[in-house]
Design a protein around this ligand. Structure first.
Ligand SMILES: [Zn+2]
Length: 91
């Protein structure tokens, strides 16, 4: 069976799971949480790097990239709010 890389949505723990191609897991037992958690499949483009033996690194990069994007989006939203409320003080 092919192997897929999944990430625990709760603690970001990353693990491989073997399952048939027709299945997409939504929940799996997380070793780190020691209970069943919702999981996200890591895109196979990232998984292909695994063959070179740098899985942990690549996956971590993927995760931090995703987090950076989230932060950026939040930052932009905050900036807009700040500018909006600051305009009134200049009259
Ligand atoms: Zn977990």
């Amino acid at each position: 069976m092919p192997r897929y890389v999944y990430r625990c949505d709760t603690c970001d723990f990353v693990f491989d799971i073997s399952h048939s191609m027709s299945v997409e897991l939504e929940r799996h037992h997380c070793e780190q949480c020691e209970e069943e958690q919702e999981v996200s499949k890591i895109p196979s483009a990232f998984y292909s790097f695994n063959q070179k033996g740098s899985k942990g690194k690549v996956v971590k990069n993927f995760i931090s990239e995703a987090k950076e994007k989230l932060k950026e989006q939040r930052g932009e939203a905050l900036e807009r709010e700040y500018v909006g409320t600051n305009n009134t003080s200049d009259s």
